[in-house]
Design a protein around this ligand. Structure first.
Ligand code: SF4
Length: 83
């Protein structure tokens, strides 16, 4: 089976990859809600203390995941992703 960018964890440069697409707004919002309730979330910068990422951006990447597995309830399937 052909390897796609969705088969690997998100990297910062994925934010510039227009071919990767973005998740639906509702998925990104669900992820953001989980982050905002998480003790690892830094409100002022919207960064995660665990991965250092800016969550306002990372939550939109289809291949992104929470390093502690907190997003598992809003897992994105390939077909739900939008370009
Ligand atoms: S990515 Fe995970 S660990 Fe980081 S703030 Fe969000 S829920 Fe918390």
């Amino acid at each position: 089976m052909e390897k796609t960018p969705y088969d690997r964890p998100a990297r910062p440069w994925d934010l510039f990859n227009k071919n990767l697409g973005r998740v639906e707004t509702v998925i990104a919002e669900d992820r953001m809600a989980i982050c905002r309730a998480c003790p690892k979330f830094i409100d002022s910068t919207t960064q995660c203390k665990e991965c250092g990422c800016i969550m306002k951006l990372k939550t939109k990447l289809p291949n992104a995941s929470c390093p502690l597995g907190h997003w598992d309830t809003v897992r994105v399937s390939y077909s739900e992703e939008t370009k």
